[in-house]
Ligand binder design. Structure first.
Ligand code: GUN
Length: 291
């Protein structure tokens, strides 16, 4: 079997058009222009790229975009007081602090300072709890993007055997909640899981979110499974010239595509969906804040 390649870039583009239409309606019918504040601490190049992309796409769908760049040695107290000011600013409906933050800053303090009503990452304990019991609110962006791609591919996910590899707060754990809500049977595998290849071979749906380049091998994939690769790993690519690099996922793409029914590529799969879902969450928070 040669897998269908799931085009996350095209899906995200279509989603952004729907979001832009929604923004137009919020403006014209309710006088609300959703605003997203993005805060970056330090100069990590990958984080800079993500944050610029988020700011650009926010403006493109007609929302207000507020970008705050703080130096790597900023005091934790200064960052927390910026977040408090954004919490109080009525023009701001969503707040995202790009992670990771430098080591002298406690990420949990950062997260707990964000007003849950403006928590577009769905990182705060209040919003994590809401997802768990099915109350309305923002939903973790990357897992939401994965879920949209899966529903588009499979229709109903009911009864599917889903294996998530990786148990992070950012992806693995919220992904587990969303798949359970869609009536999958969910297994969360991690670094201590025994006989991982056998666990993955039982999956109708594979979500790879370990952050290790091409760790999931092609012969681990059950024929006909749908594979969602969340990994974005930069590796050396000497075949492209000296010092060149390229992006690969957590799945050995070419080999997995021989077995899977459908698979997301890296880049161009889950990545574009994450930002589109961030914009969708900003609409959710703007609508909930304004009743
Ligand atoms: N760093 C990598 N991914 C993310 C994300 O989705 N949200 C935030 N805040 N930081 C990140």
């Amino acid at each position: 079997m040669t897998a269908k390649i799931i085009d996350g870039k095209a899906f995200a583009e279509a989603l952004r058009i729907r979001i832009a239409n929604h923004v137009d309606r919020l403006k014209s019918q309710h006088g609300i222009t959703p605003g997203l504040a993005v805060v970056i601490v330090g100069t990590d190049p990958a984080s800079q790229v993500y944050v610029s992309s988020k700011a650009k796409q926010t403006a493109e769908v007609g929302m207000n975009s507020f970008k705050h760049e703080l130096p790597a040695d900023v005091l934790e107290a200064e960052l927390l007081s910026l977040i408090a000011a954004l919490n109080a600013d009525p023009a701001v409906h969503g707040i995202l602090v790009q992670m990771p933050v430098p080591k002298h800053i406690d990420p949990n303090k950062v997260i707990e300072t964000i007003d849950p009503a403006k928590d577009v990452d769905c990182f705060t304990p209040a919003n994590v709890g809401k997802v768990q019991i099915g109350l309305p609110g923002p939903v973790s962006c990357t897992p939401l993007g994965c879920l949209m791609l899966l529903r588009d591919e499979l229709g109903s996910l009911e009864g599917k055997n889903a294996v998530i590899i990786g148990r992070s707060n950012l992806v693995g754990k919220p992904m587990m909640q969303l798949l359970l809500r869609d009536n999958c049977t969910v297994t969360v595998a991690h670094s201590r899981t025994q006989n991982l290849p056998e666990v993955v071979r039982a999956a109708d749906i594979v979500i790879a979110a370990v952050g290790r380049p091409q760790m999931i091998k092609g012969d681990w994939i059950k024929p006909g499974a749908v594979v969602i690769d969340v990994g974005i790993n930069r590796v050396d690519a000497p075949e492209r010239g000296e010092g060149k690099t390229r992006l690969v996922g957590d799945v050995d793409f070419a080999a997995a595509a021989e077995n899977a029914a459908a698979i997301t590529p890296v880049p161009g799969g889950v990545g574009p969906m994450t930002i589109a879902c961030l914009l969708a969450n900003t609409i959710t928070t703007a609508s909930l804040i304004n009743g």
